[in-house]
Design a protein around this ligand. Structure first.
Ligand SMILES: [Zn+2]
Length: 248
């Protein structure tokens, strides 16, 4: 995507999130930074030696965008707003580039980039992305994973604008979890301590005792309840992850 589009989206995101003038300028600069200086990733070779690899542009790894989103989130929670906006801007750049259709063997990329750059952005698209966003780690991941290139330039620009707004809002808003999430997390922790953990221990003891006997019905019963155990933990792990977005 061309700088003009990156900057247009940055302006719209800054406005929708009501960033101060300085924050807006940082977001604008960060949104074009990867095209100026590239982005290097720390990797390890077969012998375990670290090296810096230049990131493939226009096909960035999802993990890079997610890592930047996490960096931005931590900075935001710690009150380092400028750092947060800087990391977010770079994440948005890579996200937006991913919407540009590349075509076979990389051909067609420049032409689709050119036609996108002639389009004007509708700011309402960014605003609806911001309004539809959830402050949630799983929402942030869904935004990143849902990205795919579009051949139609208008579609590519609109999608990039919508999800840039959504991603930025899921990272740069809400320092405290919503009341509902907080209460459910407290309840889930209590349930784990008072019900799920003791049941698991009982099951383990039962499995041992039953293994000494040859009662097939009992063996089947114990095996069946052991199979259900992971489901009891699933919600707990989900909530734990959601809470990590507020206290990494
Ligand atoms: Zn780029």
């Amino acid at each position: 995507m061309k700088w003009r589009n990156h900057l247009d989206i940055a302006d719209a995101v800054a406005e929708a999130l009501a960033l101060p003038p300085q924050g807006r300028e940082i977001l604008r600069q960060a949104s074009i930074e990867p095209d100026k200086h590239g982005e290097r990733l720390l990797r390890f070779d077969r012998r375990g030696e670290p090296y810096l690899r230049w990131m493939r542009h226009h096909r960035p790894d999802d993990e890079v965008i997610e890592a930047l989103a996490w960096k931005a989130r931590r900075a935001f929670l710690e009150g380092r707003d400028d750092d947060a906006v800087w990391c977010m801007g770079k994440a948005l750049h890579f996200l937006q580039d991913e919407y540009v259709s590349i075509g076979p063997l990389g051909r067609g990329h420049d032409s689709s980039e050119d036609s996108i750059s002639e389009l004007r952005l509708s700011r309402e698209t960014v605003v609806s992305g911001v309004q539809g966003a959830k402050v949630s780690v799983n929402f942030m991941r869904e935004c990143i994973q849902s990205v795919r290139p579009y051949r139609d330039p208008l579609m590519a620009l609109n999608r990039a604008a919508l999800f840039s707004g959504a991603l930025a809002a899921s990272v740069l808003r809400g320092k405290d979890p919503e009341r509902g999430l907080k209460l459910e997390w407290i309840a889930a922790r209590r349930r784990l301590r008072l019900v799920i953990l003791p049941t698991t221990i009982l099951l383990a003891i039962a499995a041992f005792v039953v293994s000494l006997m040859t009662n097939e019905i009992l063996i089947a019963l114990v095996a069946l309840s052991a199979l259900l155990a992971p489901f009891a933990y699933r919600r707990y792990w989900f909530l734990k992850e959601e809470m990590s977005w507020f206290d990494p």
